[in-house]
Design a protein around this ligand. Structure first.
Ligand code: FAD
Length: 550
């Protein structure tokens, strides 16, 4: 039997496990990742959207540029188009910049992002190999491909996991301080810690077909789009451009009464969604029938074992926010674990993961479900005459186009989901009584109320605030005359790494409103004030999870 050791064992090298491993390693932690798949093997064709928040993380991890260079051709429109069929009449269009214009485009609903890294449209089959290659090269990360983790035991000193090398059949034992299950929707780690999923078992059923059709692009009567929705009384669906040339992912949304996937003729539905006749040729690359759900685990942790990503929550991928919520989990957990392993955080820090992430997960899952149900209503209400020629048809198309735009611009330009969520029940945050501003899927108010995302701004020297902040806690100082020595000394006394950054930015006074804002390693506000608090050690102990009651 092979015996290995690491500080953290990550089970699963999907997007969540890989991001977690990279971030932990950058924080100086020794990480082992076990993955059933072959080295760098792409996943199924699933997520098509990397959120701005995830891209900010990838920027910090040094992989954003490589990701921007992958996926659709640089000039391929990232728009979302609504049509009667893929080859039919266009009803409306949400303009989203192609990746060559991503940083410079102005105007339109998708160019206002207050971040150095706006969203990126790329399918998971291109995303994951880039993440894998980056993770594999990183000092501190070891990836065991073709390795399955089967079970684990834990005690006060650590975790002992057992698994198998799937090629040689050799058994494997791994000793680690912490084990993180990033092992997807069927997570065995979730089951072993006794966590239960609850929510809504079926929000919708989808028949997905990944196919090659080099002629399709040329058959459309309107400019290409990243996502093209078809709405007609026969069959509604959505087609994602995967390589921008000949490969496509088509989702056929089944009607509520179509509970049996096989009852719907896949070929017929595909042709109705595309609006093509029997002479249209295509080749199926893969197909998948799946159920969109809204399920959240009742616990994210059992002592030294945690779950992250699809292992802890599953929902219908509206607003492109399944994987991205998992990446946000990973970023929340990563610095807490690293801080604990490095010795500057108390045991209380680890309790923050579930306290902070579970409520957000519930919220996002409901946004996604409600949006899915609203879309279902819209599909059910497609007027019979939507394809009728002449002014009567034109009027129906214009009306439907407006409604589709209004509803969907919120999910495709979802600033609220990216930046609006806040942690309001955290043991590590010093709240000051001001409530965090509410948010919707698309709207949010940048705020320094403790728990909110540290508002981004551009510094006067042209740098992004996020590039200028330290990797751990950063004290942002608007007024350089404020004496911060007592807080620095308290941090030093407890071994808490604290960088100080004077916020030289014209935008800072209005946005920050306080002389001092303490930003966490995950860029959420931990505390703010105009002077150092009277008991700075108490504040430092709170934010590192080491108060007596934590
Ligand atoms: C059709 C579709 C469209 C989607 N679109 C979007 C979108 O636009 N945006 C978005 O954010 N999300 C989207 N999602 C969701 C997204 O694909 C998932 O949320 C994401 O893949 C979850 O990542 P993960 O790393 O948590 O899990 P996974 O990607 O499932 O990775 C888990 C990994 O763990 C490995 N593993 C499992 N068990 C073991 C074991 N015992 N030992 C070792 N390894 C193990 C698996 O092989 C796998 O590689 C979509 C999903 C679907 C189905």
């Amino acid at each position: 039997m092979q015996s290995l050791q690491a500080q953290v064992l990550v089970v699963g090298a999907g997007p969540v496990g890989l991001t977690l491993a990279m971030d932990l390693a950058q924080r100086g932690i020794d990480v082992l990742v076990a993955e059933i798949r072959h080295r760098g093997e792409p996943p199924n064709v699933k997520s098509n959207h990397v959120s701005a928040r995830s891209m900010e993380i990838f920027r910090r991890l040094g992989v954003a540029t490589a990701l921007r260079d992958a996926g659709l051709p640089a000039d391929y429109p990232n728009d979302v188009a609504y049509r009667t069929t893929f080859t039919g009449t266009e009803l409306s269009r949400i303009p989203i910049p192609a990746r060559k214009d991503r940083y410079t485009a102005r105007g339109g609903p998708d160019t206002w992002w207050p971040t150095p890294e706006p969203p990126h449209r790329i399918n998971q089959i291109y995303l994951e190999p880039v993440l894998f290659a980056h993770a594999e090269q990183q000092h501190g990360v070891r990836i065991l491909s073709r390795t399955r983790i089967d079970s684990f035991t834990q005690d006060v000193d650590g975790v002992r996991a057992t698994g198998v090398d799937l090629d040689s059949g050799e058994a494997l034992q791994i000793r680690c301080d912490y084990l993180i299950g990033c092992d997807g929707g069927r997570s065995a780690v979730r089951k072993q810690i006794g966590a239960k999923l609850s929510g809504m078992d079926v929000v919708g059923r989808v028949q997905s077909t990944y196919f090659r059709a080099p002629s399709l692009l040329g058959l459309a009567r309107h400019p290409p789009a990243w996502a093209t929705f078809s709405l007609n009384p026969r069959r509604c669906g959505n087609v994602y451009a995967i390589d921008g040339r000949e490969t496509w992912l088509l989702h056929n949304y089944l009607l509520p009464e179509e509970t049996d996937f096989d009852s719907v003729d896949r070929d017929w539905a595909l042709r109705e969604i595309l609006g093509v006749g029997p002479d249209f040729r295509y080749e199926i690359i893969s197909k998948e029938d799946w159920i969109g759900r809204r399920l959240v685990a009742d616990r994210f942790r059992d002592r030294r074992v945690f779950i992250c990503g699809d292992a802890s929550h599953l929902w219908i991928p509206m607003a492109g926010y399944g994987m991205n919520a998992g990446i946000a989990d990973a970023m929340n957990l990563s610095w807490l674990l690293a801080a604990r392993l490095k010795g500057w955080a108390g045991e209380g820090a680890l309790a923050a993961y579930e306290a902070e992430r579970q409520p957000i997960t519930e919220q996002v899952s409901r946004f996604a479900m409600n949006h899915a149900l609203a879309l279902q209503k819209q599909r059910e209400g497609v007027p019979e005459g939507i394809e009728a020629p002449g002014p009567a048809g034109d009027e129906q198309r214009a009306k439907a186009g407006r409604a589709l735009y209004e509803l969907n611009v919120r999910q495709y330009c979802c600033g609220g989901l990216n930046f609006g969520y806040f942690y309001d029940q955290s043991p590590l945050i010093a709240y000051d009584g001001e409530p965090q501003p509410g948010y919707t899927m698309d709207q949010f108010t940048p705020s320094t109320v403790p728990g909110c995302r540290t508002p981004h701004l551009w510094l006067d020297d042209g740098r992004s605030l996020y590039d200028a902040m330290g990797p751990d806690y950063t004290l942002l100082r608007l007024d350089p005359a404020v004496d911060i020595r007592a807080l620095e000394e308290a941090a030093l006394e407890r071994g808490v790494p604290l960088a100080v950054l004077d916020l030289n930015s014209a935008a800072a006074p209005d946005l920050y409103r306080h002389s001092l804002v303490l930003s966490r390693p995950d860029q959420h506000v931990a505390w703010r004030g105009n002077v150092v608090p009277p008991d700075p050690l108490a504040l430092i102990d709170l934010i590192r999870g080491a108060r007596p009651n934590q």
